[in-house]
Design a protein around this ligand. Structure first.
Ligand code: PMP
Length: 424
């Protein structure tokens, strides 16, 4: 049976970032369990993507299944305006317990992009309710990605992102170079220089800085020096500007720390989390700040229909408990060691530009863009699920992956490079 033939899907359903006209093939999934994705023809693939950073515990987990099944018999949804419930209260408590003390006010959003929109609104309302009403602009670093809604797009890299399509509609914000100093290295002077100059010139109108701490995800899978965050915190304090960290991809252990900002030992004023919050079971995200900032924001003008959804929040509490009661740190360390051992030698290949490993993330940046249809078929034929984009072939497996399973993922990844599935 051919896993890719589903004409209804092809003719009627949009997939992420694709055209309805001659779309790339999509493989039909029958079920998932543990680290395996089972296709229509019963072929099993080792998952290298955690469904885009989410499924840290793997799929079909009995504890998470139970949490959601138990909740569905009580109440699957109820509006959050004027009503509240234990699943939301418990999930908020579980999240706040993981964070430094200053974080004590949480807004449940229904996706990462919405959490980012809320963070931008929080920052704008904060300044509108102060004597600094001219603070209305945002700045971010190039190569970032914060989601696909309009506000999130406006602070996403203008070249990699969708700015060229929507340039007449997006608010104009500020973009500065991404830090070139790599993770683990001491910040180079050129990275500080642009920041200093920018703040000096723009601080009067600057509401907030927004960026992904340590790991830039969909904008280029770049890992930068933690010193940069320390410097940013200093400048935000000096120039009275809010600092927003988007930990939607990095939160819940992926980089080897529970949150990536822990690598720098600095905290933001506003934090966005999502993705792995429910272990990949339901869509849920949150925007979190301090009581002090919340008080100045006043009435926050946002309220999604599915805010605080009981199924999503019930499974979030269960997922957080599962994570914190597990030896996730040890597992991520083991994954990191295996990724380093297998992927770093690939740097010697003339086809490879760079190799980066941090926590449970391994990235091979190639010299030429991959031929996605061809390489995808190669991965499927060899029993793994890896979804590259552009010049980036990367893996971020569920934390439950075993060393032999990870070894297979790595060796198929390396073979794919040797087989040269590249555009030239
Ligand atoms: N911020 C970051 C850092 C992300 O990686 C993503 C998702 N790729 C988002 C925001 C948007 O999240 P969502 O797709 O849930 O809207």
């Amino acid at each position: 049976m051919n896993n890719t033939t589903n004409n209804f899907d092809k003719d009627h359903i949009w997939h992420p970032y694709t055209s309805m006209k001659d779309p790339l093939p999509c493989y039909k999934v029958k079920s998932c369990s543990g680290v395996y994705i089972e296709l229509e023809d019963s072929k099993k693939l080792i998952d290298g993507m955690s469904s885009w950073w989410c499924a840290v515990h793997g799929y079909n987990h009995p504890v998470l299944n139970k949490a959601i099944n138990d909740q569905v018999t009580r109440m699957s949804h109820i509006m959050f305006g004027g009503l509240t419930h234990d699943p939301a209260i418990n999930a908020a408590k579980s999240v706040l317990d993981l964070l430094p003390e200053k974080f004590d006010c949480l807004f449940f959003a229904d996706s990462g992009s919405v959490a980012v929109e809320v963070s931008l609104k929080m920052a704008l309302q904060y300044w509108q309710n102060s004597s600094n009403t001219e603070k209305k602009e945002f700045v971010t670093i190039r190569g970032g990605y914060h989601g696909d809604t309009t506000g999130a797009m406006s602070v996403t890299d203008p070249d990699n992102g969708m700015h060229h399509l929507f340039k007449d509609f997006l608010p104009i914000h500020n973009f500065i170079s991404r830090p070139e100093t790599r993770f683990g290295e001491i910040l180079q002077p050129q990275d500080t220089k642009e920041l200093n100059e920018f703040f000096k010139k723009k601080h009067k109108t600057l509401a907030a800085v927004i960026l992904e701490p340590i790991v830039q995800g969909a904008g280029g899978m770049w890992f930068y020096s933690s010193d940069y965050l320390v410097k940013l915190r200093e400048l935000c304090d000096k120039y009275n500007t809010l600092l927003i960290f988007d930990e939607i991809a990095t939160g819940f252990g992926r980089t080897g720390k529970l949150f990536a900002f822990e690598h720098a030992a600095v905290t933001p004023d506003i934090l966005c989390i999502g993705k792995a919050i429910t272990g990949g079971y339901m869509t849920l995200a949150a925007t979190i700040t301090s009581q002090k900032i919340a008080e100045q924001i006043g009435t926050l003008m946002h309220g999604p229909t599915f805010m605080g959804n009981p199924l999503a929040t019930a499974v979030a509490s269960a997922s957080i408990k599962l994570l914190t009661n597990s030896n996730w740190q040890e597992r991520v360390n083991v994954i990191e060691c295996i990724l380093r051992k297998n992927l770093l030698p690939v740097l010697a290949s003339p086809l490879v530009e760079d190799v980066r490993v941090l926590g449970a993330i391994g990235v091979i940046e190639t010299k030429h863009p991959v031929k996605i249809k061809e390489i995808q078929k190669f991965f499927i034929d060899n029993g793994v699920w890896i979804r590259p984009f552009g010049k980036l072939i990367y893996i971020m497996p569920p934390f439950i992956i075993t060393p032999p399973q990870l070894q297979i993922l790595c060796s198929v990844l390396i073979q794919s490079i040797q087989l040269k599935h590249f555009e030239r």
